[in-house]
Design a binder for this molecule. Structure first.
Ligand SMILES: *Cc1c(COP(=O)(O)O)cnc(C)c1O
Length: 369
C-alpha cells in the first residue's frame, strides 16, 4: 500500500464490505444469474414499487437531461407534510448513508470523538475515520445498544453519537421510553443521530414519533431511507430531519445535486404507495416467522429482530460464518457474513419472498447436516 499520499487516518480505513452483487457470484461460481437468490443487503424482495417504476419511466425523458432540483422542493414538501416538520428541517441524501456522512463532516473535527455501539452499523466507524476522528465503541448488551453505557462513554470531546433503531446487523430494538430517557440525558454539545433505516418495519404498537424529539431537542438528527421498505436501494435516496440550525450545517457540506432527479420522483411515488408498504410489512412478518421457526427446528440461536433480516448463529467456531457463507454461495444463495462486525459465528439473512426463505432454509439444513 502506498504511504506517499493521503492522511494516515484515511490509509487506516478498511472499506465497507457490501453484499456481493448477483452478477459477481454468478461469475465466481459459474452459476446462472437468474437462479441466484440475494438475501444479503436488506433490500425489499418485492423490488421497486410499481408506482415508482411508472413515475420513473414517465419522468426520465422529462428530467433526465437537466440538473435535479438541488433543494428537492417537491420531495421535501411531501416529507414535510408526512412528518409534520417544516421543509427547512429536512436534508436530502444520496441514500441515508449520505446523511450519516454529512453529519460527521459537518460536526466532527480531527481528533474529536463519535460514540456508537459494538455490532452497530459499519458506516459509523467509517464516517468517523474519514474525518480523522476517534470512534468510541461501547460494548453491546444482549447484542443491542447499552444506552446508559453509551451515555457514560461521552467525554467532553464527543461530538456525535449514532443510534440505529432497529439496529443493523442485530435487529435489536430500543423502546420509545428508553430512547426518551437517553435523549433527555445527552449533553447539549453532542448530536444524536437516530438512524431509523428500518422504522417502516416496526409494528404499530412499537412506533414512536421521533419528529417530536427533533422538535424538542436541537441536537437530535433523525435519519431515514427509501432503500429498505420503500424498495429504492438502487436509486439512492434518504433524508434527515433536524432543527434548522443543524440542517443548515448539513447543507453546507452537501453536494448541491446529491439526490438525482429520478430518485426524487421515485421517492414521492413510493412514500404515497400505502398498498405497497402494507404488502411489504405483511410479507416481512410472515417471512420472519418462517425463518425463526426454521432456526428453532434446527436448534440454531438467533437474535430476535425488528428489521427485515435475522442474525443467525450457524456454528460455534470462528470459521463457522465464513464456512456456511461459502457453502451457501456455491448453492447460489447470497447472505451476509458478519465477521467484520465481530460476529464470526453468525450470518445475517435478509427476509425474502417465501420461496427464497425456503431455499435458504433447506440449503442451511443441508450444509449443517
Ligand atoms: C441500510 C442502512 C442504512 C442506509 O442505507 P442507504 O441505502 O444509504 O439509505 C443506514 N443505516 C442502517 C442501519 C442501514 O442498515
Amino acid at each position: 500500500m502506498s504511504d506517499i499520499f493521503g492522511a494516515d487516518y484515511v490509509r487506516a480505513i478498511s472499506p465497507y464490505q457490501a453484499g456481493k452483487p448477483i452478477s459477481e457470484v454468478a461469475r465466481e461460481f459459474g452459476l446462472n444469474e437468474s437462479r441466484i437468490i440475494k438475501l444479503a443487503s436488506n433490500e425489499n424482495p418485492l423490488g421497486i414499487p410499481p408506482s415508482a417504476q411508472e413515475a420513473v419511466q414517465e419522468a426520465l425523458c422529462g428530467v433526465g437531461g437537466r440538473y435535479p432540483d438541488a433543494n428537492g422542493f417537491i420531495l421535501k414538501a411531501a416529507l414535510s407534510a408526512r412528518y409534520g416538520v417544516p421543509a427547512d428541517w429536512i436534508t436530502l441524501g444520496n441514500g441515508s448513508n449520505d446523511i450519516l456522512e454529512l453529519a460527521t463532516r459537518a460536526l466532527v473535527r480531527q481528533g474529536e470523538e463519535t460514540v456508537y455501539s459494538e455490532y452497530a452499523f459499519a458506516v459509523y466507524p467509517l464516517a468517523t475515520q474519514a474525518v480523522g476522528a476517534k470512534g468510541i465503541r461501547v460494548p453491546a448488551k444482549n447484542y443491542g445498544h447499552d444506552l446508559p453505557a453509551i451515555r457514560a462513554a461521552m467525554t467532553p470531546n464527543a461530538r456525535l453519537v449514532f443510534i440505529a433503531n432497529p439496529n443493523n446487523p442485530t435487529g435489536t430494538f430500543l423502546s420509545a421510553a428508553e430512547l426518551e430517557t437517553f435523549l433527555s440525558e445527552v449533553p447539549p454539545h453532542v448530536v444524536v443521530v437516530l438512524d431509523e433505516a428500518y422504522n417502516e418495519y416496526l409494528d404499530g404498537s412499537l412506533q414512536y414519533d421521533s419528529a417530536e424529539w427533533v422538535r424538542r431537542y436541537p441536537n437530535v438528527l433523525v435519519s431515514r431511507t427509501f432503500s429498505k421498505m420503500y424498495g429504492l436501494a438502487g436509486l439512492r435516496v434518504g433524508f434527515g430531519i433536524a432543527q434548522p440550525a443543524l440542517t443548515d450545517l448539513l447543507n453546507r457540506v452537501r453536494q448541491p445535486f446529491n439526490v438525482n432527479a429520478v430518485a426524487q420522483v421515485a421517492a414521492i411515488a413510493a412514500m404515497n404507495d400505502t398498498e405497497f408498504v402494507r404488502k411489504s410489512a405483511e410479507l416481512n412478518v410472515a417471512g420472519y416467522r418462517q425463518l425463526v421457526r426454521a432456526c428453532e427446528a434446527m436448534r440454531l440461536e438467533y437474535v430476535p429482530s425488528r428489521g427485515n433480516f435475522v442474525l443467525i448463529r450457524v456454528g460455534s467456531d470462528k470459521e463457522a460464518g465464513a464456512r456456511a457463507n461459502l457453502a451457501l454461495l456455491k448453492r447460489g444463495i447470497i447472505v451476509r457474513p458478519v465477521a467484520a462486525y465481530g460476529l464470526p459465528e453468525w450470518l445475517r439473512v435478509t427476509i425474502g419472498l417465501p420461496e427464497e426463505n425456503e431455499a435458504f432454509i433447506s440449503a442451511l439444513r443441508e450444509l449443517l447436516a
